[in-house]
Ligand binder design. Structure first.
Ligand code: NZQ
Ligand code: ZN
Length: 385
């Protein structure tokens, strides 16, 4: 196992009717900015629950954060923060709202000239406003991690800082009942790929991490499709298992002490930046291609994945790997997400432009060995056609 330091201080309140607990988590003297997206929280009752919980607080609101949050939108929040002396952010929404709040929090206290440098030049964040979260879409793990992804003019860029890790997050599975099938699928697939990107590398004998990861993968495979079926769609236990899996998949636990490979995410981000394809759908297209192209380097873990997650015990290692990749694709198809670029109208002619963007963004040595060069990324895009 590799050396690591693990520290995740985000307090989680999990379960039905927990939103009211935000009242006790946010200091009573705070000036709170409630941040949300396009309005789903007004239709499903979450907004009303937040308003009730904040009855004793002084609060303001900032809405309109779009999926794949835009830099220009996020910068608009700075005016109200200055004007009202905001000193606490409450993000109410999915990963985009939480990521957006993280960038707003960092930009508000940024001492450099241009907050865009936090993303474009990876300037370190030295302070940020405190953040609390009411999560409405289980997927990204953003509610208890240090990452955020922001888009500007087709450039989709991540930053990380412990200063933007939420202080607390409320996870009420009931609020996920209003999600569309598309968003349920996206969430399950995103969490599945997060888990695999911290698992499908090479073995360092991290047994705890491996078995946690395998447990999450199996839970998502079992419960994901049930959340789409009419008979089980409203089952809160299923939603709870999905929600907790998504948080655990990217809260730092399973990735501690093991190699990681975020190539699927980085190669996928260019598809969202260029064509606006949903984040999870870029992953379901790219991941199978990464498995195929990096098969040799990932051989040992691919076999373990086949045996322990897909319970494939018969035949040669080669056959097990083939079957595991096939079953992974079939799982994505069952979740209703694409597994080929042709399904989202991206063609061979588009690949040059995508490679150019990867280069521009410094994504030239991806993967657990840093050996996914631009040439290898090209092969991956081609394999995914
Ligand atoms: O904006 P509203 O009206 O709230 O609607 C949203 C949005 O249209 C809707 N929604 C959310 N909760 C709902 C709901 N609709 C009905 N009922 C509910 N309970 O869902 C739509 C998508 O929301 P979004 O927040 O964009 O989805 P998601 O949580 O999948 O977040 C995706 C973003 O997170 C980034 C992605 O790149 C993408 O920008 N990621 C962040 C990560 C992190 N911070 O660690 C890691 C991930 O890999 C990912 O890159
Ligand atoms: Zn993701």
């Amino acid at each position: 196992m590799l050396n690591f330091s693990f520290h995740n201080p985000t307090k989680i309140h999990f379960g039905e009717n927990q939103i009211q607990l935000i009242a006790g988590e946010i200091p009573t003297h705070a000036k709170v900015l409630v941040i949300y997206g396009g309005g789903s929280i007004k239709q499903n009752g979450v907004y009303d629950q937040v308003v009730n919980a904040l009855a004793e607080h002084t609060w303001f609101e900032f809405s309109g954060i779009e999926p794949n949050p835009k830099y220009a939108t996020l910068m608009k929040a700075q005016a109200i923060i200055q004007q009202e002396g905001i000193d606490y952010l409450l993000a109410v929404g999915g990963g985009s709202v939480v990521d957006g709040a993280k960038f707003i929090a960092a930009a508000a206290l940024y001492e450099g000239e241009d907050p865009w440098d936090i993303l474009a030049k990876q300037h370190p964040v030295k302070q940020a406003l405190p953040i609390g979260v009411v999560l409405t879409l289980p997927a990204t793990g953003s509610e208890s991690n240090i990452g955020s992804v922001v888009t500007r003019d087709g450039h989709k860029l991540p930053f990380q800082s412990p200063f933007v890790r939420p202080q607390f997050a409320v996870l009420d599975p009931k609020v996920t009942l209003s999600l569309s099938e598309r968003q349920i699928s996206n969430g399950v697939v995103d969490a599945f790929v997060h888990t695999l990107e911290q698992y499908l590398t090479y073995s360092v004998n991290g047994k705890v991490q491996d078995r946690f990861a395998e447990g999450l993968l199996q839970t998502l495979i079992e419960e994901g499709p049930k959340a789409l079926q009419p008979a089980t769609k409203e089952d809160l236990d299923i939603r709870a298992n999905i929600m907790w899996s998504a948080t655990m998949a990217l809260n730092g636990l399973i990735g501690s002490g093991v190699p990681q490979d975020w190539s699927t995410h980085m190669i996928g981000h260019e598809l969202t930046g260029r064509f606006g394809i949903d984040h999870a759908r870029t992953l379901s297209i790219i991941l199978p291609a990464v498995m195929k192209v990096k098969r040799e380097q990932k051989r040992e873990k691919l076999v373990q994945f086949a045996e322990r997650v897909w319970h494939l015990s018969e035949g040669s290692d080669e056959l097990k790997i083939d079957k595991a990749i096939e079953l992974t694709e079939a799982f994505f198809q069952r979740m209703g997400v694409p597994t080929r670029l042709s399904e989202v109208d991206v063609t061979q002619e588009d690949i040059d432009g995508l490679i150019e963007k990867l280069e521009q963004h410094g994504m030239t040595q991806l993967g657990e060995h840093g050996d996914i060069t631009l040439d290898v990324s090209r092969t991956i895009y081609e394999k995914a056609l």
